[in-house]
Design a protein around this ligand. Structure first.
Ligand SMILES: NC(=O)c1ccc[n+]([C@@H]2O[C@H](COP(=O)([O-])OP(=O)(O)OC[C@H]3O[C@@H](n4cnc5c(N)ncnc54)[C@H](OP(=O)(O)O)[C@@H]3O)[C@@H](O)[C@H]2O)c1
Length: 354
């Protein structure tokens, strides 16, 4: 891992960034994975598993047999199914990765749970908190592992952030800033603009700054948002202010209309952390003193294949007989879904069939 190099500056003199404790993804016990919905992120996920882990993808399920076959051929996956139900009947599959649009997460994950499979569900976990709660209850009843694929949580630079916060190195934390905006072409057919697929900026991009603020600040005391709708009625842009009982603030933005810096910062009474864009992927972290001088920095060793860390965490948990991960607990996933519900209420956005 990258060594921290201490600099000396102002009130934070002498503090350095700890090295990440993240275990090597390749060392996680191998599970047999089944992939549901072989789209864009499923492609990146399978590439990350092949390049950086010992995990085995043994089956892929698509709504279309030819798409499943092509995906299986591309990645040497032994079994290709023309429906998700068929994949769930394959007893070789230990754990299912659900990579469908947000509108499908609840049903696809529920079917996998009912089939007795462990499940990793893409972010945002579900369309709303009610669905999240039902899914969590179903997994607990069936005794299977369930986790939101909020991949940022498992990255080495976030472990550096966790340790800095746990050690109180920043002093009292007052402000968290984070944004995630992408300049999307306004295409009615794209899932991000489709209300029926639970599109919009918030569930796709905004969940990252919200989840980051939740990691840093803990439960929010209040959530307030303003927004602008896209031409299809989904949320095109949202600016969100969260507060905690102790008076800390999170100021968060998400948009489909522009590429934003995608950076994050945590400012405390003693020092601050700045995470370069894209903060939600493997990124640099800088520790900066009150005099604005950089005290130390963390540089990730691996910039590609960041989706491998969440798979390794799921594999470690399942192999240890655990039903959830401490790094992305289900109670927090549920809390985050409640926050997203509140934001959508403020914005006046609902999804058909919710
Ligand atoms: N972690 C990350 O970095 C990351 C990045 C991008 C997206 N995501 C998340 O991953 C999920 C999928 O995003 P994506 O960009 O991969 O989407 P995508 O490229 O559109 O792929 C989604 C796949 O879902 C399947 N599907 C099932 N029901 C569908 C429906 N009614 N309409 C359209 N497709 C349907 C399709 O596969 P078949 O028809 O072949 O089954 C489709 O290829 C979302 O939850 C998103 O937030 C995560």
């Amino acid at each position: 891992m990258t060594q921290s190099r201490p600099f000396v500056a102002d009130g934070a003199a002498g503090i350095v960034l700890p090295p990440p404790r993240t275990p090597a993804p390749r060392e996680a016990p191998a599970l047999n994975w089944g992939v549901i919905a072989p789209g864009r992120v499923a492609t990146e996920f399978v590439k990350a598993l092949r390049n950086h882990t010992a995990q085995k993808v043994v089956a892929v399920g698509s709504r279309d047999a030819e798409r499943a076959r092509a995906f299986a051929e591309r990645f040497d996956i032994p079994a290709a199914y023309g429906s998700y139900a068929e994949l769930l009947r394959d007893d070789r599959v230990d754990i299912v990765y659900v990579a469908s649009p947000h509108s499908g997460h609840f049903e696809h994950a529920l079917r996998a749970i009912e089939a007795g499979r462990h499940v990793l569900v893409e972010k945002a976990f579900t369309r709303n908190a009610r669905e999240a709660e039902e899914l969590i209850e179903a997994a607990r009843r069936r005794g299977v592992f369930l986790m939101e694929a909020m991949w940022t949580r498992f990255l080495p630079h976030i472990d550096v952030v966790r340790q800095v916060l746990d050690a109180g190195l920043l002093g009292e934390v007052h402000t968290v800033l984070a944004d995630h905006g992408q300049a999307m072409e306004p295409a009615p057919a794209h899932r991000l603009f489709a209300p029926e697929l639970a599109g919009g900026a918030l569930l796709d991009l905004g969940v990252y700054p919200v989840s980051f603020a939740s990691l840093v600040l803990g439960p929010f005391a209040s959530v307030t948002a303003v927004g602008t709708k896209a031409f299809t009625g989904v949320d095109g842009q949202a600016s969100i202010v969260v507060t905690t009982a102790s008076g800390a603030h999170g100021v968060l933005n998400t948009t489909l209309f522009a590429r934003t810096p995608t950076t994050a910062s945590i400012s405390g009474s003693r020092a601050r952390l700045e995470i370069d864009g894209s903060f939600y992927g493997p990124a640099w972290v800088r520790l900066i003193g009150r005099d604005d001088r950089t005290i130390d920095r963390f540089v990730p060793e691996q910039r590609d294949g960041g989706l491998c860390y969440q798979a390794a965490e799921a594999a470690r948990c399942v192999s240890a007989g655990r039903l959830e991960s401490d790094l992305m607990p289900l109670a927090e996933t549920l809390r985050i879904m409640h926050v997203l519900d509140t934001v959508r209420r403020d914005l006046g956005v609902t999804f058909p069939g919710e």
